[in-house]
Design a protein around this ligand. Structure first.
Ligand code: NAP
Length: 287
């Protein structure tokens, strides 16, 4: 029996991971939500982890509001970097494996082919800087760690930090008959948290520690992503293709952040299905 501790368990990814882990008969899963653990408080993190003394700690807790991070840089660093460091230190103290969830936003987006795990990371916004710092914390404090970078997450729980997810925003806007303006010059691999959860669980069962890129396969722009949401749901509304500059978000974002999953594939683990198939599955599960 393995004891797993899931931090940030009611978030978008945390919820799906929790369901996936609960189905494993050889796992005993403990879950901590934000009201039970405060990542910015070293004592809170250490007492939670040392009391439970798990075999594996999965940290899905994060400050994920990318634009707000620009104005709240100290908080982003406290949660995503220092908090990740406290989790890694406490995890090491109890001899456990540390799993940290990171992001495609550690890259600057200047590449035009999928990013490999060992490509240099140069984040261009505070959120990316805080998450890359979190990766460094984990690598320096934990001897047995998995760092998993993913992108464009959507799941049934919706991001609690962002108040939903992109797919739900498009569906809601279309139902209200609102014109939607979506950028066409940022390319990514949108990822269903249910698929990511399965891949994380499979990877954890190996002892092949290190950094991994895990996303649904294929790539699209946010505009193409939105178009596919409308096509699958059969909803129609005015959908305008705009540039990042026209959108005018506070934080800069990488123009291209597709992540190569070849390292995962080389381990012999299943590649995730194409993003549009995963999206179709997600939409079919919405009530
Ligand atoms: N969303 C994306 O598109 C995306 C893309 C790539 C990578 N990621 C990474 O994937 C992971 C999961 O993201 P998600 O979409 O599932 O986000 P989410 O739904 O917002 O989940 C984050 C969780 O962290 C908790 N949390 C926030 N601040 C905390 C703190 N100071 N102490 C303890 N818990 C705290 C939140 O609780 P409250 O909401 O109650 O505060 C929430 O349960 C994160 O590491 C994120 O950086 C996300």
């Amino acid at each position: 029996m393995k004891n797993i501790l899931l931090v940030g368990s009611s978030g978008q990814l945390g919820s799906d991971l929790s369901q996936k882990l609960n189905k494993k008969p050889d796992y005993q899963v403990s879950k901590l939500d934000h009201y039970q653990i405060e990542l910015t408080d070293k004592d809170s993190v250490f007492s939670s982890i040392t009391t439970l003394s798990p075999d594996i700690v999965i940290n899905c807790g994060a400050y994920v509001r990318v634009d707000d991070c620009e104005d709240n840089a100290a908080h982003a660093i406290e949660v995503n970097a220092l908090g990740a460091g406290y989790v890694a230190q406490a995890t090491e103290e109890v001899g456990a494996v540390c799993v940290y969830i990171s992001t495609d936003y550690v890259f600057d987006g200047q590449k035009n082919s999928p990013y490999l795990e060992n490509d240099p990371a140069y984040p261009i916004n505070i959120y990316g800087i805080s998450k890359l710092s979190g990766e460094h914390m984990v690598r320096s404090y934990s001897t047995k760690n998995f760092i998993i970078r993913s992108s464009g997450l959507y799941g049934l729980a919706g991001s609690s930090g962002k108040g939903g997810n992109f797919v739900n925003t498009i569906i809601k806007g279309a139902k209200e008959g609102k014109p939607l303006n979506v950028v066409d010059d940022q390319v990514l691999s949108p990822t269903f948290t249910k698929d990511l959860s399965k891949a994380i669980t499979d990877l954890m069962e190996t002892s092949k520690f290190g950094i991994y890129h895990i996303t649904n396969s294929g790539e699209c722009s946010w505009f193409e992503f939105a178009k596919q949401v409308l096509s699958i749901t059969g909803l129609s509304t005015e959908l305008n293709c705009i540039s990042t500059e026209q959108y005018g978000a506070k934080a800069r974002r990488p123009a291209y952040s597709v992540l190569s999953n070849s390292k995962l594939e080389n381990l012999g683990l299943n590649m995730l299905r194409p993003w549009d198939q995963a999206l179709e599955n997600y939409i079919s599960l919405l009530t």
